[in-house]
Design a protein around this ligand. Structure first.
Ligand SMILES: [Zn+2]
Length: 452
């Protein structure tokens, strides 16, 4: 790898001498280069040193915690995982409703200026939190870790297709600007027609493409259909939606490049990044504590799926302690790569993207919409659960779908579902993306299902 660091000192080009802010990012990066190889027990010990400071700060300066932790938190007691598990979960709803009471009354000056971050609100109301310059430093160091892990050539051109991004920028973004020389960043509208997006990629010839998994699937299918290649493309990076194995396969088939996914949220930053050697994810333990909890609130064992509960270790402006972010993930076994960072083997979407039964059990329907295209002229599919036993398949079709094709589609959909479900078909001209530009291939619309 040939990264070209930028020097802040006239007359010094190599090795570069960075300015104070960039030096702090590099200092963090060097520490996390070591800590990733620490044992899980050693990482947990270091995390608890930081958690002790965070919890005391939350207790002393955040009115919301002062009230909700009463009787459950003892600032004088040594911190243990048991003590953390006694604290109540913080719901998105609470965070939305108690924005003011969640703010620290005394943000340490050394954490820098606090600024408000607002999520795109894919489940309705947005969530707001204050973040500091310290959380920004961690974000930048972890961005660089992701580039290092996947050995990216930063001199290449980055193409981005996501909500709210259009135009061109001279560098890849905040984490690299002023620190490492990068290629250009070009951005395209996520709402644009897939054919137009593909033509744009052919013309731009990027080394990297960053977008949502649903866009990768559409672009790859269009590439295969038209026989278009993207020469020069080295890697596809995805974010923001659940990722199925099908999208990785399409990416390899259409462009012969790997796909690297990341799991992040605006409120807490990077949660887990894809392992350099495997397709699962490593929790970013230097930045946050992640608990995967079962329906009873107990820690899941490897192989089990549970809710993702996050404690941001460094946000002293709106401290987020045991924040139930609204996603589900599967805990994995320790990784054979040797890193001590915990593993998430699968990250699914939100509760609203899961099928719920009358008994309150949840499933991720493993939909492979590409196979639908093989039996009928289907361009796009979204499946909505309308009742506990009723699914509505919303189809955008390029031509007529006959009864035999519908029967085959019904069979394919039901094969991925728990027994006893029914399917009705509805044909649409288009299926809109949700808030934040994310496409949801499964939505649960059963009234009151989220609360079950
Ligand atoms: Zn690994």
């Amino acid at each position: 790898m040939d990264w070209q660091f930028q020097s802040a000192v006239d007359g010094v080009a190599w090795p570069a001498v960075p300015d104070y802010g960039h030096a702090a990012v590099l200092a963090l990066l060097q520490q996390i280069e070591y800590s990733q190889w620490s044992s899980p027990a050693s990482i947990a010990t270091q995390q608890q040193r930081q958690l002790q400071l965070l919890l005391r700060h939350g207790w002393e300066t955040v009115p919301f915690y002062r009230e909700s932790w009463g009787g459950r938190y003892d600032p004088a007691a040594p911190l243990s995982m048991d003590a953390i598990e006694r604290l109540p979960l913080l719901s998105r709803r609470s965070l939305q409703e108690h924005y003011e009471a969640m703010k620290s009354r005394s943000i340490p000056a050394a954490h820098g200026k606090a600024s408000e971050v607002r999520t795109s609100g894919s489940t309705g109301a947005p969530v707001r939190v204050l973040k500091t310059q310290i959380t920004g430093l961690l974000w930048n160091a972890l961005t660089l870790r992701d580039h290092l892990w996947h050995r990216r050539d930063l001199g290449g051109k980055l193409a981005v297709i996501r909500r709210g991004s259009t135009g061109r920028a001279p560098s890849w973004g905040a984490a690299t600007a002023g620190l490492v020389a990068t290629g250009e960043c070009v951005m395209h509208d996520v709402e644009a027609d897939v054919e137009a997006q593909l033509d744009w990629l052919v013309a731009e010839k990027p080394a990297y493409l960053l977008t949502y998994p649903s866009i990768v699937a559409e672009l790859a299918k269009a590439s295969l259909r038209r026989g278009v290649r993207l020469p020069g493309l080295l890697e596809v990076r995805t974010l923001a939606e659940g990722l199925g194995a099908e999208v990785r396969a399409l990416c390899r088939e259409a462009w012969h490049v790997p796909l690297v996914d990341m799991y992040s949220a605006e409120e807490v930053g990077y949660i887990a990044l894809q392992c350099p050697q495997y397709e699962h994810y490593h929790v970013q333990s230097e930045s946050l504590l992640v608990e995967i909890l079962d329906e009873g609130g107990r820690p899941c064992a490897p192989g089990q799926v549970g809710r993702v509960v996050v404690t941001d270790l460094h946000n002293f402006a709106t401290p987020l302690v045991r924040y139930d972010i609204g996603d589900h993930a599967e805990l994995g076994a320790p990784c054979a790569c040797g890193r001590g960072l915990p593993v998430l083997s699968r990250i699914a979407g939100r509760v609203r993207n899961m099928l719920v039964t009358a008994e309150g059990k949840r499933f991720w329907p493993p939909l492979g919409s590409r196979r639908f295209f093989e039996v009928a002229p289907i361009l796009q599919v979204q499946i909505a659960q309308k009742e506990f036993d009723l699914l509505e398949a919303r189809l955008v079709a390029a031509g007529t779908v006959d009864a035999a094709q519908e029967a085959r589609l019904r069979e394919m959909i039901l094969a991925a579902m728990p027994p006893g479900m029914r399917v009705v078909f509805r044909y649409c001209d288009s299926i809109p993306r949700g808030a934040g530009g994310k496409f949801e291939d499964f939505i649960c619309e059963v009234p009151g299902a989220a609360a079950r």
